[in-house]
Design a protein around this ligand. Structure first.
Ligand SMILES: Nc1ncnc2c1ncn2[C@@H]1O[C@H](COP(=O)(O)OP(=O)(O)OP(=O)(O)O)[C@@H](O)[C@H]1O
Length: 311
């Protein structure tokens, strides 16, 4: 059964102006997005800055008001009525943010940081709480001495591990990861990503993985949705997106991935130039007059592309 189902999600933010600070328009941060995530998979949301990835993730977390559309978790409507929402569902979904330093309170010790969700949701004695935190930290590869330290005493990679320990404290099923390694040195990125994959297998977690970095997404994700201007331009299995991109925007993103093999460099530069030209020449075949993507249409069982009606 599908774990998360997002149906025609729209999140608009009001734009105010004029002398009376009236609403004069909307920023359509997310403008009709639909996707499903199956249990145990890693679903990637990719797009450039401002394309609406974080807003989508926050809407699933209940951190943004939904303008229109439906979000179902395990068959249950999440955005029906906030008061009616079951606490259990909220425990099931956790979010990890980009910069582990700013998302961990610098004035709190690790014990208090990791114990915070436990204190909010579970009734535990101090002893039980300490044992639980110790177990969670050991799961992410940190020793018990970490409990009395502050975030600044750790490296970036370790801080992201503390973030993971906190996120898994309530035994969630779905974790939304928003650019979880973008703030880390490239050298530790792979380490943290591999560790996140191990934890996923061990705890049977489902990931919604948000990133602008296609290289990272290729490493992590089973299926991918490509966002542009609040809409999807393409969605498919990792293989569909990387081996057979159909939308000009996806083609350009995929062509821009640097090739580490210097022997391919010249060939790649030429290819990139060709795709760039194709992008400028065919932009209006792929976007409407407002610069928005069309509705997604299936081209195979696994692959959907935003092409105009006639296309
Ligand atoms: N609370 C808000 N109020 C007004 N506008 C907002 C708010 N949050 C996001 N936006 C706007 O919505 C659009 C989408 O932002 P969002 O953060 O979802 O994009 P993103 O793809 O995650 O980009 P980034 O990677 O830079 O975070 C942007 O134009 C942004 O300025």
């Amino acid at each position: 059964m599908t774990l998360l189902k997002v149906e025609d999600l729209k999140v608009y933010f009001p734009v105010r102006g004029g002398v009376f600070n009236r609403k004069i328009g909307d920023i359509k941060a997310v403008d009709g997005v639909s996707f499903d995530i199956e249990p145990g998979e890693t679903y990637g949301l990719v797009g450039e800055s401002g394309s609406g990835k974080t807003t989508t993730g926050k809407a699933v977390m209940g951190l943004n008001n939904v303008t229109e559309g439906k979000i179902y978790y395990d068959g249950e409507l999440l955005n029906a009525d906030k008061k009616g929402q079951k606490v259990d569902i909220r425990k099931d979904i956790q979010m990890i943010f980009q910069d582990p330093y700013s998302s961990l309170n610098p004035r709190k010790r690790v014990l208090d940081i990791v114990a915070e969700p436990l204190r909010n949701y579970e009734k535990m004695s101090k002893k039980e709480e300490k044992e639980t935190v110790q177990r969670l930290l050991s799961r992410v590869g940190l020793g018990p001495e970490s409990m009395v330290k502050y975030p600044h005493e750790f490296s970036g990679g370790q801080r992201q591990r503390i973030g993971v320990a906190r996120a898994i404290a309530l035994k969630p099923k779905l974790i939304i990861m928003d650019e979880p390694v973008s703030a880390l040195d490239v050298s530790v990125q792979a380490q943290v990503l591999n560790f996140m994959q191990e934890i996923q297998k061990e705890l049977n977690l489902t990931y919604l993985f948000i990133s602008h970095d296609l290289g990272v997404v290729k490493h992590m994700c089973d299926r991918i949705g490509i966002m542009y201007n609040g809409r999807f331009v393409e969605e498919g299995l990792k293989e569909d997106i990387f081996n057979d991109p159909q939308h000009i925007y996806t083609k350009r993103l995929v062509a821009a991935i640097p090739d580490i093999d210097p022997r391919n460099r010249k060939e790649n530069i030429d290819f990139r130039e060709r795709v760039k030209d194709e992008y400028s020449n065919s932009y209006y075949d792929y976007f409407n007059e407002e610069g928005l993507a069309y509705q997604l249409k299936p081209i195979t069982d696994t692959h959907r592309v935003a092409l105009p009606e006639k296309g």
